[in-house]
Design a protein around this ligand. Structure first.
Ligand code: SAH
Ligand code: SF4
Length: 399
């Protein structure tokens, strides 16, 4: 099926546009809220399931719009059950990755306590969404970057990822509490659709998540950061910095050319000033590349005086052959930052954890994470020695 043949999804519409649609069809105004209620709270499989609307209204809407959602090709659950990686197919066949990351209540409940409610078991359920199939930015350590750019996702396709996970969570009596734009692709290189998706996901008449519960991660597109700062949104921003100087950054993020690290840090400061939201910096720690104490000190110099938080992410090894530093080196890097008064955490990666970097569709020996080869329609080198991800079980059995 070609992308052109796919009708626009109802999940692509802002509530105000649903109002317009209802008016154009000559339906009473309240039908818009009925449709929105069904779309965002009842998870209909098709318009036929939206029984609040009269048959002729459903027919008229389906002549113009589809209720296209994402269909699940595979799901892979981490050993501890807290992370679910999903391979989703869009209406035109494009395959993308979405991740559900859940955080158990801590400390763990003693065995003798009464059974906890679902939301107490997982006070946070974060969906990591993709904004593009593939990515043009080409970061050398990133599996998505290495597959190249396939296409932008539209807002409806971004929203559909959240709805898919929300439906899965509902079967467990849980719900989406946070959304991070950290899956495949560069959100600010697909600016309009990213912002439209944020507006749909946070509109009280649509999905209704609080803006502060959304974080957008960017490789550091300065113009996009400034545009986002002016949107009047309260979303969090994470900038993937990875290096404190031009030469190193250029090596790791080959498309970084136009923006110096100093310009990126200045944009972060402007974002903070405009929104009141502190910007965090992501720093993928790569053995022998950007993990020396000297580099840490350079990072301190660059970030001193910037209200920020640094997330150190020991890199997930991918095809590029980059390795994560030994634990003592990670801790030594962290200590340099902490000693200089810079907020900093190392993203914990226990053996079975698969959440460290969504967008990295790679195979993990222990958890049989979906491999890049399976999601990419681009020719990629065959991989060996990896177990296949298991086919998707029914949502109720997926944990
Ligand atoms: N394009 C955006 C968002 C998607 S990438 C961005 O780059 O920020 C989400 C995060 O995963 C980024 O911080 C990215 O640097 C990180 N990442 C990519 N590949 C990784 C890997 N192999 N190991 C650890 N983190 C990785
Ligand atoms: Fe794209 Fe982000 Fe991967 Fe870089 S890290 S290639 S910007 S998805």
């Amino acid at each position: 099926m070609s992308a052109l043949a796919v009708p626009r999804s109802l999940y692509d519409l802002l509530p105000a546009e649903v109002d317009e649609l209802v008016a154009e069809l000559g339906l009473p105004k309240f039908r818009a809220n009925q449709l929105l209620q069904a779309l965002y709270h009842e998870f209909p499989a098709s318009l036929a399931d939206v029984r609040q609307l009269p048959l002729d209204a459903r027919a008229a809407i389906s002549e113009r719009y589809a209720l296209a959602s994402a269909s699940e090709v595979r799901s892979v659950v981490s050993d501890d059950g807290n992370t679910t990686k999903l391979l989703l197919r869009m209406a035109d066949g494009t395959l993308i990755e979405t991740v559900l990351m859940q955080y158990p209540a801590s400390p763990p409940a003693p065995l003798h306590t009464v059974e906890k409610g679902a939301s107490e078991r997982h006070p946070r359920s974060t969906v990591c969404v993709s904004t593009q199939a593939g990515c043009a930015m080409g970061c050398v350590f990133c599996a998505t970057g290495q597959m190249g750019f396939e296409r932008n996702l539209n807002a409806g396709e971004i929203v559909a990822q959240v709805m898919h996970v929300a439906k899965l969570l509902k079967t467990r009596g849980e719900h989406v509490t946070n959304i991070v734009f950290m899956g495949m692709g560069e959100p600010l290189a697909n600016y309009a659709e990213t912002v439209r998706a944020v507006r749909i996901l946070t509109d009280p008449r649509a999905f209704g998540l609080g803006q502060r519960h959304i974080t957008i991660s960017t490789v550091g597109i300065v113009r996009g950061i400034d545009r986002l700062a002016a949107e009047g949104l309260q979303v969090g921003l994470a900038i993937s910095l990875h290096a404190p100087n031009e030469a190193l950054r250029q090596r790791l993020v080959p498309t970084a050319g136009p923006h110096s690290v100093q310009e990126i840090v200045s944009a972060a400061k402007r974002y903070f000033k405009a929104t009141g939201r502190r910007v965090s910096f992501e720093y993928a720690l790569i053995a022998g590349e950007n993990d020396s104490s000297e580099t840490a000190r350079e990072l301190v110099k660059l970030l001193r005086g910037t209200p920020t938080h640094v997330n150190l992410i020991p890199v997930n090894p991918t095809a590029g052959g980059y390795q994560r530093p030994a634990r003592p080196n990670v801790l030594a890097f962290e200590k340099v930052l902490l000693d200089a008064g810079i907020n900093c955490t190392v993203r914990v990666e226990k053996g079975s954890e698969i959440s460290a970097a969504c967008g990295q569709l790679r195979t993990d020996e222990r958890n049989a994470i979906i491999s890049l080869d399976e999601i990419s329609s681009l020719p990629v080198a065959p991989r060996h020695g990896h177990r296949q991800a298991r086919p998707s079980p029914a949502p109720s059995q997926s944990r």
